[in-house]
Design a protein around this ligand. Structure first.
Ligand code: NAD
Length: 511
């Protein structure tokens, strides 16, 4: 692992010791020692000093100063910066994908997809840089113009999770950059090398453009304490945080205390309904990719399958057979479909959830530890299917592992009630050939999630849409559509070009 890592880092120009970057200078942190392990075999990849409180303050200070210049650079020029980053990412795609697999354990094909997502977001953001439109609004007063403009918001604090160590940065950073914001990024302490590589690429591009002030992009590495410092930093008007629901709760409270804005992308407990008319071959493929892919470690992983009783036995039989044949193993090996869990703690959490499911009346298929034919030291598991009732408490929680709860229903209303009966609201899907069911599912009476799909699984969103979820998932929207508005501030302008001063609402104020 170490040799593969060293050569990949060397090609990407990443130094293992200078882990922090503020004002375009790389330097060591002054905080606690942080060790990074590969999920593939549990071996230690690197260890270095994380950021101290002073390091975070310095990064915020650089971001604040850089913002003053960056906001004045025309948006299409900011787009040119992002276009060049996208070009560099294309050139480094394979090395970045290797690093994602090494550090977070997803299979190489999915890592390539994650890097492609960064490239796609760059393309999207470049176009956006010429489309940050405001509105003209009809004024009720004669010779008045009422309009809305969007201005850069300020430096953005970015906290990201381990399971999408590069894509979530791009969703936020590329859009924030064209919007005229600077950034302080704190990646997951599990995947700092991916962050260092992305940051290297972006700052090398910045160095070649005089329009980009030093400190537009800053990187601090550390755990929850560093995340809290970012949340508390008054220099950061927006904190965008991706991770678990408890993390979102903690960050939101700290940000709210100083009346800052937070953009939250938190955990999901994603469901899919399989109706009686569903195309079973298609549903099977969609379900397995969503439920077992990425070893169940996507925020959009399918965790609850809600199946009409008339097709439940057939589907369960076919799913179990497919699950038994899924190749679990080294994520670098061709043919592997399911790589390791991120660490032993994740494996323990999965085992505990399966025990709880058993105690709550569930029937567990699979879910055992895989030790044969896999690298020693990694936490490899067979994805599990659990037949269980929707009222079981364990079904309400997100266990970040490949567990699919198999639930049955008789009426469509019952299916929707089961589907919406959890605290989270990220991704959802229905497999059906009945147009009424499909439309109802997507309507206001249907799925209460931020993402509602028909005849595809819950995972694997495209970057063009706004991504995010409702309820405890946090309500944030990132990436495509008009998610850019989160990174800007709106100014409403009323301009009087007459010599009169009529007041709104017809108010007379005789002076
Ligand atoms: P995590 O919550 O443990 O950590 C996420 C980030 O938050 C890390 O950078 C971590 O250091 C930081 N952090 C943790 N506690 C904090 C605190 N109290 N204050 C400030 N920062 C804190 O999550 P994880 O294990 O890295 O990732 C898995 C979770 O992320 C899952 O719940 C998954 O559903 C969620 N996720 C959501 C999305 C989404 O877009 N909705 C995307 C990816 C992952």
């Amino acid at each position: 692992m170490k040799t593969k890592l060293s050569s990949t880092l060397a090609r990407l120009g990443v130094s293992e010791t200078a882990a922090l970057a503020t004002g375009d200078q790389w330097h060591s942190g002054h905080g606690n020692t942080l060790a990074v392990y590969s999920p593939i075999d549990g071996s230690q990849l690197v260890s270095f000093a994380a950021a101290s409180g002073d390091d975070v303050a310095r990064a915020v200070d650089f971001a604040v100063r850089a913002f003053r210049g960056w906001r004045l650079v025309p948006a299409p020029v900011r787009g040119e910066f992002v276009r060049r980053i996208g070009q560099k990412l294309r050139e480094c795609k394979e090395d970045l994908a290797l690093l994602v697999t090494l550090e977070c354990g997803k299979i190489l094909e999915e890592s390539r997809g994650e890097v492609q997502e960064m490239i796609d977001v760059c393309d999207f953001a470049v176009g956006l840089s010429r489309q940050l439109y405001g509105l003209s609004i009809a004024s009720e007063r004669p010779a008045h113009r009422l309009a809305e403009q969007w201005h850069p918001l300020g430096p953005v604090g970015l906290i990201t999770a381990f399971n999408f160590p590069v894509a979530v940065w791009a969703w936020n950073a590329m859009i924030a950059l064209v919007c005229g914001d600077s950034l302080v990024w704190k990646p997951s302490p599990t995947t700092p090398l991916c962050a260092m590589a992305c940051h290297r690429i972006a700052t090398a591009v910045a160095a070649g453009m005089t329009e980009v002030p030093p400190g537009v992009l800053n990187l601090v590495i550390g755990g929850a304490d560093v995340g809290q410092q970012i949340a508390a930093a008054t220099g950061l008007p927006l904190v965008s945080a991706t991770g678990s629901i408890p993390m979102g709760r903690a960050v939101a409270q700290t940000v709210a205390k100083r009346l800052g804005r937070s953009l939250l992308e938190l955990g999901g407990n994603n469901g899919a309904i399989v109706g009686p008319s569903a195309d079973m071959d298609l549903a099977l493929r969609g379900i397995v990719f969503s439920a077992a892919g990425t070893c169940g470690q996507r925020c959009t992983t399918l965790r609850r399958l809600i199946v009409h009783n008339s097709v439940a036995d057939e589907l369960l039989g076919r799913l179990r057979k497919t699950y038994e044949q899924l190749r679990v193993g080294d994520p670098f090996e061709e043919g592997t479909l399911v790589g390791p869990l991120v660490d032993q703690r994740a494996a323990d959490a999965m085992a505990a959830a399966l025990d709880a499911a058993g105690e709550q009346g569930g029937r567990v298929h699979g879910g055992d530890r895989v030790t044969m034919g896999v690298p020693a030291g990694g936490a490899y598991v067979r994805p599990a299917i659990v037949e269980i009732g929707p009222e079981a408490p364990i079904v309400q929680t997100e266990t970040f592992a490949p567990i699919l709860y198999f639930l049955r229903y008789d009426t469509f209303d019952e299916a929707i009630a089961i589907h919406n009966g959890v605290p989270q609201g990220l991704a959802s899907a229905i497999f059906t050939n009945d147009v009424r069911e499909a439309e109802l599912f997507c309507s206001q009476q249907g799925s209460d999630c931020g993402i509602a799909n028909v005849n595809i699984g819950t995972s694997g969103a495209e970057i063009g849409g706004a991504f995010g979820g409702e309820k405890e998932t946090g309500g944030g929207r990132e990436s495509g559509s008009d998610a850019w508005k989160n990174y800007m501030r709106r100014a409403t302008n009323t301009i009087n070009y007459s010599s009169q001063l009529p007041l709104a609402q017809g108010i007379k104020f005789p002076l």
